[in-house]
Design a protein around this ligand. Structure first.
Ligand code: SF4
Length: 266
């Protein structure tokens, strides 16, 4: 089954160097179940067609080093009054030529303290999910480019459970960093971790409609996953665990195809 997903504001794309190429609306394909309903989706994150891992690698690494230096110096949310103290997580990402990019919500306290993306228990869960998709142990930090919608710890939720979700204003202020990373990494697959990351790329869709489905836009495969936080109870439902397994199975298919491609005689 295919669903053509509206692209909305993402159609600002042009043909200038460094700009994403224009393309059709996203296509959601669901090999094993019904796809999410089509919804209006404005301000979707732009995508760039995938680049082979070795193409312009030095140039891309250098550009990302610059981006991360600028992220580390960013105080935009503090200056705007959204954060008491901006302390961005930078210089922890993954290879510029990664085929898989993983985008989460925002770093939590432990991640900031340890100075590595997904430095808390969520990282262990993500590593386990990758292994479920057939990746070798350690793949999360060795093979995957790690990023997030925002780079500073938003603090605790006012309700007392888990981390506060960054506000739309904070996400908007931080968005240029992620766009610049997307323009350099140009992955084949993006793992969207949690509802906020899914919404940023696919528009509003229920988690149980998104997880287990696969979206495609501009040659990039978008695989929605639930948030790996231990606070989330979503995965307590066995039906939701099955949806997660379907998403990871799609990732496994793509991994197998890359390996076959890489090992084919030239
Ligand atoms: S969350 Fe992003 S935009 Fe806001 S201060 Fe941190 S790095 Fe800057």
């Amino acid at each position: 089954m295919r669903v053509w997903f509206p692209v909305g504001a993402n159609d600002r794309r042009g043909s200038a160097p460094g700009q994403p190429m224009s393309g059709g609306p996203a296509r959601i394909t669901t090999p094993t179940r019904s796809a999410p309903a089509v919804r209006e989706a404005d301000h979707l994150m732009p995508l760039w067609p995938p680049l082979a891992p070795t193409v312009r690698l030095k140039e891309r690494e250098a550009a990302l080093t610059t981006v991360h230096a600028e992220i580390g110096a960013c105080r935009a949310c503090e200056q705007a009054g959204y954060l008491a103290c901006a302390r961005p997580l930078a210089h922890t990402r993954g290879p510029a030529g990664a085929r898989v990019m993983l985008i989460g919500q925002a770093p939590g306290r432990l991640t900031i303290e340890r100075g590595i993306m997904f430095g808390g228990p969520s990282g262990d869960t993500l590593e386990r999910w990758l292994q479920q998709a057939g990746f070798a142990p350690g793949a999360l930090r060795r093979e995957v480019y790690l990023s997030a919608l925002t780079r500073c710890d938003p603090g605790r939720s006012a309700k007392g459970r888990g981390d506060r979700k960054p506000s739309p204003a904070e996400v908007a202020l931080c968005r240029p960093w992620l766009e610049r990373e997307l323009a350099q990494v140009r992955p084949a697959v993006i793992l969207l971790v949690g509802g906020m990351a899914i919404e940023a790329f696919l528009g509003r869709v229920k988690l149980e409609e998104a997880v287990g489905s696969v979206a495609e836009r501009d040659g990039v495969t978008l695989i929605p996953l639930p948030h790996p936080s231990g606070v989330s109870r979503w995965l307590n439902d066995p039906a939701h665990q099955r949806l997660l397994a379907r998403g990871l199975a799609r990732l496994a298919q793509m991994r197998v195809a890359w390996e076959a491609h890489d090992q084919a005689p030239r």
